[in-house]
Design a protein around this ligand. Structure first.
Ligand code: NAD
Length: 512
């Protein structure tokens, strides 16, 4: 297999020792402070990253402001054509970029490729969307008047993204924001910078070959301090932030203080209800993939299983058996089901959660330990864990980014829905059942309170065509498909009087 350094070289990204700070020509800014990037796969150093200085930050903002003046003049279908080219370039680099994502973040190779595919898909979606940024025409109450609404770009869109989908979240935001006429500044997770550098380089190529200013898309390297700076910067019209609820709360306050716009995509705590009327054989793989896919580090990972009491014991045996067959190891080896957690902090968090669950009276059914993988010196591999929980287990309300799933019993569908909703987060939810009444109740206004509600399919993952996001502490934002584009534009309501009189609305008379 190719080493990540070879991949960077193939993409003409020369040095593993990066002083990479921005997406601009003068990217080699003076270093402020930096970070060594270690792969969780084998504990080897991929490279070094330095963070952007204040001067570099101003440079990025100024360049983006100038690029916006050029970009917004290009008709939307022309902008769509550029995003289409980005999709085509990504298709060419799918294997290399997918491999790097897998090595840098630790997700399976298939999931690394899947992430690039998601980027290609959203570019195609955005290209079509570029011809469909429709406004409404509304019937005016006044004679010889036309009332309509239209959509204009916002300006600079700041994208702050998390480590677990190091690049797809950028594409979800950027492809849509760009066809809407905005320019973008991306601050990726400081834990997965190399995957973002590759995306930036690929897009820079597209911009260069079209003689477009590279400030249309910039990359900023930094940690939460630069994220805070972006949130406070009123030159950034919209902040789209993906990450933990703690981060979202802080970003919301900073953006709110300046009355800016934000899209928040935060933590989830997703449940699957397994009814006695379910096709359990079909459900099992979805439940297991939901819990252990990406080592439980998806915002849509299945964290809670709510199982009907009549099938509980039999199902628990099947689940335990399935968990014990999970192959843990190098995610670049396609025979393995599950790779490592992102870093040792995540491993500590895994242990802490298990200890707390035990203290709160829960029972560990399987897992709960570290896994040594051959002669690999990474300490980030852990066993997928099942915890049998009491209905009131407090720790179950917290999102732990690890392959831990809680299992609880229920008696009635109403009780199951209540349990589903009884957490602060509201991202994804699912019911496995072939019973129409239960299904409709789960999907009704009295049912799941989440942004995503699935039937006979798990909580994990989503198609780009739908709007993606969740309620409550998940932040309320929507990204990707459907009409999520509207958050990236400003709506303008216009009235044109083409008559000879000037009638006021509501029949008001005003004579001078
Ligand atoms: P994190 O909150 O630690 O960091 C996410 C990003 O925010 C990083 O780029 C980080 O530098 C930045 N950041 C952190 N604090 C900030 C602050 N106060 N101001 C500005 N920027 C700040 O999250 P993580 O560990 O990288 O990712 C895991 C979390 O992301 C989980 O909670 C997961 O559920 C969530 N997530 C949500 C979605 C979604 O669509 N709802 C998608 C992916 C991940």
């Amino acid at each position: 297999r190719k080493s990540p350094i070879e991949i960077l070289n193939k993409l003409k990204i020369e040095s593993p020792f990066y002083s990479y700070s921005t997406g601009l020509e003068n990217r080699y800014c003076e270093e402020t402070k930096g970070r060594r990037i270690i792969s969780p796969v084998d504990n080897r150093q991929i490279g070094e990253i330095s963070f952007l200085s204040s001067e570099g930050y101003e440079n990025v903002i100024n360049t983006a402001e100038h690029a916006f003046l050029v970009w917004r003049k290009i008709p939307a279908p022309g902008r769509g054509n550029i995003v289409r080219q980005l999709g085509e370039e990504l298709r060419k680099e799918k294997e290399a970029l997918g491999t790097l994502i897998s090595y840098e973040m630790g997700k399976s190779l298939q999931e690394g490729y899947g992430e690039v595919q998601e980027m290609i898909d959203i570019c195609e979606f955005a290209t079509g969307l570029s011809r469909q940024l429709y406004g409404l025409q509304i019937q005016s109450e006044r004679p010889a008047h036309r009332l309509f609404e239209q959509w204009h770009p916002l300006g600079i869109v700041g994208v702050i993204s998390a480590f677990n989908f190091p690049v797809a979240v950028w594409a979800w935001n950027t492809a849509i924001a760009l066809v809407c006429g905005n320019v973008c500044i991306w601050k990726p997770s400081e834990k997965t910078p190399f995957s973002s550098i590759v995306c930036q380089e690929i897009f820079s190529r597209v911009l260069k070959s079209n003689n477009l200013p590279e400030g249309i898309s910039s990359l900023i390297m930094g940690d939460l301090e630069i994220g805070k700076k972006m949130a406070e910067d009123s030159r950034i019209s919209l902040i789209s932030a993906t990450g933990s609820t703690a981060m979202g709360r802080d970003v919301a306050q900073r953006v709110g203080k300046r009355l800016g716009k934000s899209i928040l995509e935060l933590g989830g705590n997703n449940a699957i209800i397994l009814s006695e009327h379910a096709d359990i054989e079909k459900a099992l793989p979805a439940l297991v993939f939901g819990a252990i896919g990406t080592a439980g580090q998806r915002c849509t990972s299945t964290r809670r299983l709510i199982v009907h009491e009549n099938i509980y014991n039999k199902f628990l045996r099947q689940l335990k058996n399935a968990f014990e067959q999970i192959k843990i190891g190098d995610p670049l080896n396609e025979e393995n089901h599950m790779g490592p957690l992102i870093d040792e902090d995540a491993v500590n968090n895994y242990y802490l959660t298990i200890e707390l669950a035990k203290k709160q009276g829960a029972k560990i059914i399987s897992g709960g330990k570290m896994v040594l993988v051959g002669d690999n010196c990474s300490q980030c591999y852990v066993a997928p864990t099942i915890i049998e929980a009491d209905l009131n287990l407090e720790i179950m309300k917290t999102e732990t980014f690890a392959p831990i799933v809680y299992i609880v019993k229920y008696k009635s569908i109403e009780e199951a829905i209540k349990l589903n909703n009884n957490v602060p987060q509201g991202l994804s939810s699912a019911l496995f059942s072939l019973n129409l009444r239960e299904v409709e109740e789960f999907l009704s206004f009295e049912g799941s309170d989440c942004g995503i509600a699935n039937i006979n399919i798990g909580t994990s993952g989503a198609e780009i065509g739908g709007a993606f996001g969740g309620e409550k502490e998940t932040g309320g934002g929507r990204e990707s498909g459907s009409d999520a584009w509207k958050s990236y534009m400003r709506r303008q309501t216009c009235t044109v009087n083409y008559g000879t009189d000037l009638p006021l609305a509501q029949g008001i008379k005003f004579n001078l």
